[in-house]
Structures are given as structure tokens and as C-alpha cells.
Design a binder for this molecule. Structure first.
Ligand SMILES: Nc1nc2c(ncn2[C@@H]2O[C@H](COP(=O)(O)OP(=O)(O)OP(=O)(O)O)[C@@H](O)[C@H]2O)c(=O)[nH]1
Ligand SMILES: [Mg+2]
Length: 482
């Protein structure tokens, strides 16, 4: 189950792009709007990966079928888009059920009877009448699939099946630039593949018909699993050594001044804001997960002492846990920032959910303590308001009075956000008097570098400076003067 980078890279004409049929199950508690927006997002994910979404097959169900996700009627509908048979060969799982107690599965029995399928199911189900060139060549499911679900869907659809997680992983793989990002993605990929080995016997790729036998096959599998575990351990060690270098660099930065981190949902506009606030070049694109590596630059126009701005990886709904865990170190930048600028795409109908997802992931990785949000000052930027009409903006202001309505495309917005950031750090600064004796005169230039000097007097014994600086910086300067 891997979306091959190569196959898309080889793609020349538009018609050669993989054609995806999207599958989503609307579970209880998920509104129609949420369900639709989740599929829209899946479509953007597959588009980012170079595929074209050509069909959607959705179904309301009590739960995700453990057998094949969808009910029988919907499987036939899916097959009408892909040219498959629309049926799962049941003989294999049944036989397995007898030998494997874990596999006795009431849900699957219910599914066979289709107790939870929606009534429209029975109305569909003709085999594909589409010309081969119009058929979907891949099925992409908006949920994380178990190996068995994927296998059964592949049988019914007759095409490769990808789940949401593997699509996100493939995008991350393609967008990773630095060694650190590459390591993080590879660890997550291996962790995703390991439990899926049983099915395909080849790193979670399409299974080759029939279930592998016991005995020799199984020990080979054990070997594969161990190899993966060893490889993950090796990659983790390499990552740890890189992260340590990073920690040293970060510590130096903390000495130099305060950091503001841009965080938010993917495609919200973080990198656009980074560019505007630092006048630096960084990749901006209408793609999901354009940024995977953290970049840090000084706020421009510059302040004294300087404020650093960092751009970070974006979040997404149902972000695989391993991926969240592996990006922990990248997100240390956000964890150590004095202020979070939480960028929200206010022009996206799903912005409220996206805001919540971002807060949840930040809490999960320990950037904000969840219930202790107050400890990490953050400012919500409701971005892309250039796309909204006045009434919508008015409603947003009423709903989120403490947020700023902004657009990265608007100079005035940029000036306002810059001013707010400066004011924040200004408020966190203290005024103090420092006395630098002649014999330590070198410290005077350090004071000028890291603090704002309000006045400077040269006396008999040394120099007296009145300064404004963050307490952190003052503490460091005082320590040097003792
Ligand atoms: N109309 C409009 N578009 C914007 C605004 N800010 C950003 N965009 C566009 O939104 C898209 C995503 O912007 P990025 O800055 O790359 O978003 P990001 O949050 O860094 O995204 P990832 O790195 O993928 O997580 C780009 O096409 C930007 O041009 C804005 O204020 N208004
Ligand atoms: Mg970005």
C-alpha cells in the first residue's frame, strides 16, 4: 500500500495521472458537512500526490466494517468505478476464522448480512460500464485501514487501495528536505509498514493473492519484522544525534532572544506569514504539507533585542500518531517559543475544526499543556480574510473577539501583526540598570547586542547602562558581570 513517487514522476500527460476513487464512511456523530469536508480534504491530499479524484463512494454506517469497510451494495458501486468484481472472496477469511480465535468476528457476520448498510445500497451494483480509460485506477479510503480491510477492498475493487495514513506518509516522504525530516518520515513509514507485513509479505504492498502459509513463511516474516525493528532503532539513534546538535543551536538562540513560532493546520498560510514577517524566502505553495522543516529567521523590520520567528510543519485531521511523535523534535521550536502565532485559514468552511485539531495536536506533543493554555501565550490569526465578505468578517469578529482578522496579502495586516508581536515582547521586557566595570568592558558590546540601551554613562569605575530586555537576557548579562 504505497503510493509510488516514481509512477507519478514518470507521468507526462494529464491522462496518465492515477485516477482515484475516494471512499468515506460517515460514522455516527459526524455531520454531513464534516463528512463532506473530510472528503474534500482527502481529495486535496491525493491531488497533492499527483492523482486525480474521479469518483466518491460514501456510506452512512454504525462503524467501519472490519471486513471490507463498505457494505455489499456499496462495494458493487465502488467496483462500477474501478472495473472490479465488487465481491470479496469470503472463503479465505472463513477458513482462517476456524484456526484463529482472534478472527471470530461478529461484526463481520453482521456485515455479511449488511445490517448497518444504508438502504440505498441495494439500488446500486451493476458491474462497471465505464470504458477502461475512464475507470479509477486506485481506491483511496478516508480512514486508517487494517491489513484485512485493505486486502478485502482490493479484492472487491480490483485495484490498489490506499488509506488516508499512507497518502499522508507519501506526501511527507516526497516533501522531506533535510536529513532530519527524512529520518522522521522513514521511521513513521516503517512503523506503518511493520504490522502490515503479514498480508503482503512485501513491506505492505499489494498482496499477491492468497494468504501466505505457516512455517517457513512465518519465520521469514519474523525476520522481516526484526529487520524493521532494528532499522527503526538505527534511524532513531541517528535522529537523536542530529536532534542534540539542534538542541545546542536552539539553546544559543534562546540566549540571543525570544522566539515566536507560527503553528497551524496545513495550508493555513504559516509560510506566507513567515515570509512577510521575516522578509525571507521560504517555500509557499497551495499544497498540503509544503513545509516539513523548521526555519528560523529574525523578525523584520528588526527589533532590539531581535525577535526570532520560526515556521513549522502543519497539522491535519487524523494525523498518524507515529508521525506526530516523530515530528516532536522539529516542533521543539514551537515548544520553546515565547509566543505562538496560530494561523487559521478563515476562508475554509472547516476552520473551527482545524483550529481544534491544531490545539489538540499541540497539546499531545506538549507544546501547550491542554488545560494550561494560558501558560503558552498564543495569538490566533484568522487568515485569508481577503476571501471573505464584510458580513462574514463581522461574524468572525463577534465569534473570536481576541483573534486578529488578517491577510498575508495585505500590507496593513502585516504591519498590524508585526506591531502586536513587538508589543508582546515589549511587555515582557524589564527595565534595569547594569554596571560594567572597566576590566569587563567587553560586556558592554554584549549588552548592546542583546538589549536595548536607553542611556549609557561612563564613570570612574566603569560604565552604567540603563537597558530594556527580556528577563531571560538580563539574567544572563548579570551572570556575566558577577
Ligand atoms: N487569499 C489568500 N491566500 C493566502 C493567504 N495566505 C496564504 N495564502 C495561500 O495559501 C496557500 C498556502 O500557503 P502557505 O503559506 O504555503 O501555507 P502553510 O500553512 O505554510 O502550509 P503547509 O506548509 O503546507 O502546512 C498558498 O497558496 C498561499 O498563497 C491569504 O491571506 N489570502
Ligand atoms: Mg508552509
Amino acid at each position: 500500500m504505497s503510493a509510488s513517487n516514481d509512477s507519478t514522476r514518470r507521468t507526462e500527460g494529464l491522462e496518465a495521472r492515477p485516477r482515484a476513487a475516494l471512499v468515506g464512511v460517515q460514522l455516527p456523530g459526524v455531520s454531513d458537512a464534516e463528512h463532506a469536508s473530510s472528503l474534500d480534504e482527502l481529495e486535496r491530499l491525493v491531488t497533492t500526490l499527483g492523482m486525480t479524484a474521479v469518483a466518491r463512494v460514501t456510506q452512512k454506517r454504525e462503524r467501519l466494517g472490519t471486513g471490507a469497510v463498505l457494505g455489499e451494495g456499496k462495494l458493487l458501486e465502488l467496483a462500477s468505478h474501478t472495473g472490479g468484481t465488487g465481491v470479496v472472496d469470503r472463503s479465505v477469511p472463513r477458513k482462517k476464522r476456524r484456526i484463529d480465535a482472534d478472527d471470530v468476528d461478529l461484526e463481520e457476520l453482521e456485515e455479511e448480512l449488511d445490517l448497518f448498510g444504508d438502504p440505498s445500497d441495494s439500488e446500486v451494483g451493476a458491474p462497471s460500464t465505464l470504458a477502461p480509460a475512464e475507470r479509477a485506477t486506485v481506491v483511496v479510503v478516508d480512514h486508517e485501514l487494517s491489513p484485512r480491510q485493505a486486502r478485502n477492498l482490493e479484492k472487491a475493487a480490483g485495484t490498489e487501495v490506499l488509506d488516508r495514513t499512507s497518502v499522508i506518509l507519501a506526501i511527507f516522504q516526497r516533501h522531506a528536505r533535510t536529513r532530519e525530516a527524512k529520518l522522521q518520515v522513514e521511521i513513521a513509514r516503517l512503523a506503518y509498514d511493520a504490522p502490515r507485513l503479514r498480508e503482503g509479505g512485501g513491506g505492505g504492498d499489494r498482496q499477491r493473492g492468497g494468504i501466505g502459509g505457516k512455517g517457513a513463511g512465518e519465520s521469514a516474516l519474523e525476520l522481516d519484522r526484526r529487520r524493521i525493528r532494528d532499522r527503526i532503532a538505527e534511524l532513531r539513534r541517528e535522529l537523536a544525534s542530529i536532534s542534540q546538535e539542534d538542541a545546542v543551536r536552539r539553546a544559543r538562540r534562546v540566549e540571543r532572544g525570544d522566539t515566536v513560532a507560527l503553528v497551524g493546520y496545513t495550508n493555513a498560510g504559516k509560510s506566507s506569514w513567515f515570509r512577510r514577517l521575516t522578509q525571507g524566502e521560504v517555500y509557499v505553495a497551495d499544497e498540503l504539507f509544503a513545509t516539513l522543516d523548521t526555519t528560523v529567521r529574525r523578525l523584520q523590520p528588526q527589533t532590539r533585542p531581535p525577535v526570532l520567528v520560526s515556521d513549522t510543519v502543519g497539522f491535519i485531521k487524523k494525523l498518524p500518531h507515529d508521525l506526530v511523535a516523530s515530528f516532536r523534535s522539529t516542533l521543539d521550536e514551537a515548544r520553546e517559543a515565547s509566543l505562538l502565532l496560530h494561523v487559521v485559514d478563515a476562508s475554509d468552511a472547516a476552520w473551527r475544526e482545524q483550529l481544534q485539531v491544531t490545539r489538540d495536536v499541540l497539546a499531545e506533543i506538549g507544546v501547550v499543556a491542554g488545560d494550561l493554555q494560558a501558560e503558552r501565550p498564543s495569538l490566533v490569526l484568522l487568515n485569508k480574510v481577503d476571501q471573505l465578505d464584510d458580513a462574514t468578517k463581522e461574524a468572525l469578529r463577534a465569534e473570536m473577539p481576541e483573534a486578529m482578522l488578517v491577510s498575508a496579502r495585505d500590507d496593513e495586516s502585516v504591519a498590524e501583526v508585526h506591531a502586536r508581536v513587538v508589543a508582546f515582547f515589549e511587555a515582557s521586557m524589564e527595565e534595569a540598570e547594569l554596571f560594567v566595570p572597566w576590566k569587563q568592558h567587553g560586556v558592554v558590546s554584549a549588552v548592546h547586542e542583546s538589549a536595548r540601551v536607553l542611556s549609557e554613562e561612563h564613570g570612574e569605575e566603569g560604565t552604567t547602562l540603563r537597558v530594556r530586555a527580556p528577563s531571560l537576557v538580563l539574567g544572563r548579562l548579570r551572570a556575566q558581570l558577577v
